[in-house]
Design a protein. Structure first.
Length: 90
């Protein structure tokens, strides 16, 4: 079993980054009802793109807007699913 995992997992796993991703996903789940899908998704993507795998701010802003708005349009508009709106109603 261990030899099998050794073949799949890279030699150096960056455990602090893995922990930060897990923490951010737990916070995402806790905050989505209070702040709403769009805001929390934008914050999560910005955190992951800027701090987990550092990207330039221009890319971070572009991809967070495209990813957040794109997923909102797919799920809320196209598929007509009800996403959490948060206290701002967006």
């Amino acid at each position: 079993m261990c030899a099998f995992l050794g073949d799949i997992l890279p030699e150096k796993v960056r455990w602090p980054k893995v922990l930060w991703v897990l923490i951010s996903l737990v916070l995402y789940g806790c905050l989505i009802n209070a702040l709403g899908f769009l805001i929390v998704t934008l914050l999560l993507m910005a955190f992951l793109l800027r701090f987990i795998e550092p990207q330039p701010w221009k890319s971070v802003i572009g991809w967070t807007l495209v990813g957040s708005l794109g997923s909102y349009l797919v799920f809320e508009v196209w598929m007509k699913l009800r996403l959490p709106k948060g206290f701002l109603g967006i």
